[in-house]
Design a protein around this ligand. Structure first.
Ligand code: NAD
Ligand code: WQD
Length: 337
């Protein structure tokens, strides 16, 4: 099959392109490189021994996107391209609404004109807001708490509306929980710009000496050890979830929504301990006040993805931490080495 991967040079996209190539598929990537490096795709080519056609294209540039669709006939699109920093979205809502929502509208218009109506979309557990209970099933009420989350909700709705208007559209919405880790080779991984917002790059950057110590946001949450609980999922398991979703699209399923998580919650202190084991030395940390907008506990029910996609996450937190650390220690400055 031939797939267009938007945002394919990024963290999750590059891991997905690697697994798609290994499974014998053809991938064309469009990415503006606003938050990534094409070095990731060069490394994917080396790791797989296969080629990726890359176009440095912003989704907002409709003629450039049309030119890519004029050159190829795609079986489906995997749509990763978006800005994703929650805090930045609060400071720059227009940038987020324009990039994420208008980018998706332009993509859908070009897809429609080209007759390609199959899409796998990168959604997020953020669409569940502050869930009333855990674990979270796909039919939980949605509600975003920040502009980034609202762009995800809008984009989900846009894709559902497309199917309502034209049943030829097939849409798989994948709600990721907390992607972490890296490819086992240590060659590709997450390259956060500036100071990381997310827990695991902050831990690995602290361990390598780029940061002084980790701030643990709150020790008084209503969780077993008082720190926040999340459903961390290995990025390679997540990538494989996209292969399962693309297979589902061949059944012309209409609209489907799946949580991609492990179904298990781990606390910040659990993650610190697992990293200390992987790294072989203590991680400096200090418990500070809660971060505004955080919630106590978020983890998935994964039954639907198992039953309908035949997909389960198999990698545990030790492997997540070992792989994240291998990537960090082999590439202290990420792709900028
Ligand atoms: P990432 O920033 O590494 O990848 C996104 C890619 O999209 C980047 O390469 C960026 O350059 C590109 N991009 C952004 N806007 C673009 C545009 N207008 N045109 C073309 N390219 C553009 O992020 P990621 O972690 O790989 O996330 C991939 C997707 O998954 C995003 O949609 C994100 O919102 C979603 N998601 C991520 C997480 C997470 O914690 N990493 C969790 C849930 C959902
Ligand atoms: C995890 C836990 C923090 C950093 C975010 C987005 C979400 C999704 C995934 C895209 C929490 C704690 C963190 C630190 C800490 N992204 N923490 N010290 O907030 O669950 O989800 O990324 O869709 O939309 O909101 O992930 O990695 O920031 O935090 O103590 O320096 O680690 O409080 O309990 P989060 P995270």
């Amino acid at each position: 099959m031939k797939y267009l991967i938007t945002g394919g040079a990024g963290y999750i996209g590059s891991h997905t392109v690697l697994e798609l190539l290994n499974a014998g598929h053809e991938c064309v990537v469009v990415d503006s490189l606003i938050n990534s490096f094409d070095e990731s795709l060069k490394r994917v080519e080396t790791l797989t021994g296969k080629q990726v056609e890359f176009h440095q294209v912003d989704l907002l540039d409709k003629p450039a996107l049309e030119a890519v669709f004029a050159k190829h006939t795609f079986d489906a699109v995997v749509h990763f391209a978006a800005l994703k920093a929650v805090g930045e979205s609060v400071a720059k809502p227009l940038t987020y609404y324009h990039n994420n929502i208008t980018g998706t509208l332009v993509l859908c218009e070009v897809m429609k004109a080209a007759g390609c109506k199959n899409i796998v979309f990168s959604s997020s557990a953020t669409v569940y807001g502050d869930p009333a209970t855990v674990p979270i099933t796909e039919d939980f009420p949605t509600g975003a708490t920040n502009p980034y989350g609202r762009t995800k909700l809008f984009m989900e709705d846009i894709l559902v509306d497309l199917h309502t208007a034209d049943a030829d559209w097939n849409v798989v919405l994948l709600r990721y929980f907390n992607p972490v880790g890296a490819h086992a080779s240590g060659q590709i991984g997450e390259h956060p710009q500036g100071i990381p917002n997310n827990l695991t790059p902050y831990i690995t950057q602290t361990a390598i000496g780029l940061r002084e110590k980790l701030s643990v946001f709150g020790g008084d949450w209503p969780t077993p050890d008082g720190t926040g609980v999340r459903d961390y999922i290995h990025v390679v398991d997540l990538a494989l979830g996209h292969l399962a979703a693309l297979k589902k699209l061949t059944e012309r399923p209409g609209v489907k929504i799946y949580n991609l998580g492990t179904g298990k919650g781990f606390s910040v202190l659990d993650m610190i301990k697992a990293f200390e084991k992987a790294i072989g030395k203590p991680v400096a940390y200090q418990i500070v006040d809660r971060r505004v907008g955080d919630v106590a506990s978020v983890y998935a029910t994964t039954d639907l993805a198992r039953e309908e996609l035949g997909w389960v996450a198999t990698r545990g937190i030790d492997e997540m931490c070992e792989d994240a650390w291998r990537w960090q220690s082999m590439n202290p400055k990420g792709f900028e080495n």
